[in-house]
Ligand binder design. Structure first.
Ligand code: B4P
Length: 192
C-alpha cells in the first residue's frame, strides 16, 4: 500500500500535483480542502462552521477534519493507498492519522514536501482567485494569514515526519510538469 502525504504551504501545488499522482498510482485522493468546500456548497452545519474559519484563512478545528478523514478511510477499505492532500495540517492531526493508519497496519510511506518561495505562493493564489470564486484566494491579507498559519501550525510537521525518516523535500518551483517528474522520482526512491 502506498500512503502519501502531499505537503506544502497554501498555493504550493498540492491539489494540482495530486491529479497526476492519482492517475499514475491509482490512489484515493483525500483533500480536506475539497471535502470542506463540498460541505459548504451543500450548506450543511459542518460546512457553515468550516466557512467561518476558511474565509479568514484560519484552520478548521482538528476534531472536525479528523472525523471527516476517519469516515473516508472507513469507506475505502479496498484502496491501493491514499494521497492525503492538505491533511494533516497540525501535529494533533498527524498523530491522529498515525493512529488511524496503525490500526490498519498501513503506515504513511512518505511525506512529499513542496518547497515554493513566498512571493510565488501569493501570485499563484491571487491568480486563482480571479477565476475560482474562492473567497480565501481573493484577499491578500487572508492569503498572508494562511501563509502565517502554515508557518506556525503546519510547518512543524516536517519534524514529525522527519523523525520517522519519512520527510522528502521537493523543489516546487518550475512548471507543473517539471514538478510532477520530481515527485515521480521521489516516489520511486521511497518505494525501494
Ligand atoms: P486547501 O484546499 O488545502 O488549499 P490550499 O492550501 O490553497 O492549496 P491547494 O492545494 O488548493 O492549491 P495548489 O497549491 O494546488 O485549503 C483551503 C483551506 O481549507 C485552508 O486555508 C483551511 O482553512 C481549510 N483546511 C483544509 N484542510 C484543513 C485541515 N487539514 N485542517 C484544518 N483546516 C483545513 O494551487 C494553487 C494555484 O497555483 C492553482 O491555481 C494552481 O493552478 C497554481 N499552480 C500550481 N502549481 C503551479 C506551478 N508549478 N506553476 C504555476 N502555477 C501553479
Amino acid at each position: 500500500m502506498l500512503n502519501l502525504v502531499l505537503f506544502g504551504p497554501p498555493g504550493a501545488g498540492k491539489g494540482t500535483q495530486a491529479e497526476f499522482l492519482i492517475k499514475n498510482y491509482q490512489l484515493i485522493h483525500l483533500s480536506t480542502g475539497d471535502l470542506l468546500r463540498n460541505e459548504i456548497s451543500a450548506n450543511t452545519p459542518l460546512g457553515n462552521e468550516a466557512k467561518s474559519y476558511m474565509d479568514k484563512g484560519e484552520l478548521v478545528p482538528d476534531s472536525v477534519v479528523i472525523g471527516m478523514i476517519e469516515n473516508k478511510l472507513l469507506t475505502h477499505k479496498e484502496a491501493n493507498g491514499f494521497i492525503f492532500d492538505g491533511f494533516p495540517r497540525t501535529v494533533e492531526q498527524a498523530r491522529a492519522l498515525d493512529e488511524l493508519l496503525d490500526r490498519n497496519n498501513t503506515p504513511i510511506s512518505g511525506m512529499l514536501s513542496l518547497e515554493v518561495e513566498e512571493q510565488e505562493l501569493m501570485e499563484r493564489l491571487l491568480k486563482r482567485g480571479e477565476v475560482s470564486g474562492r473567497p480565501d484566494d481573493r484577499d491578500l491579507s487572508v492569503i498572508k494569514n494562511r501563509i502565517e498559519v502554515y508557518r506556525q501550525k503546519t510547518y512543524p510537521l516536517i519534524d514529525h515526519y522527519g523523525s520517522q525518516q519519512k520527510h522528502f523535500s521537493i523543489n516546487g518551483m518550475g512548471t507543473i510538469e517539471e514538478i510532477a517528474v520530481r515527485l515521480r522520482e521521489t516516489i520511486q526512491q521511497l518505494r525501494k
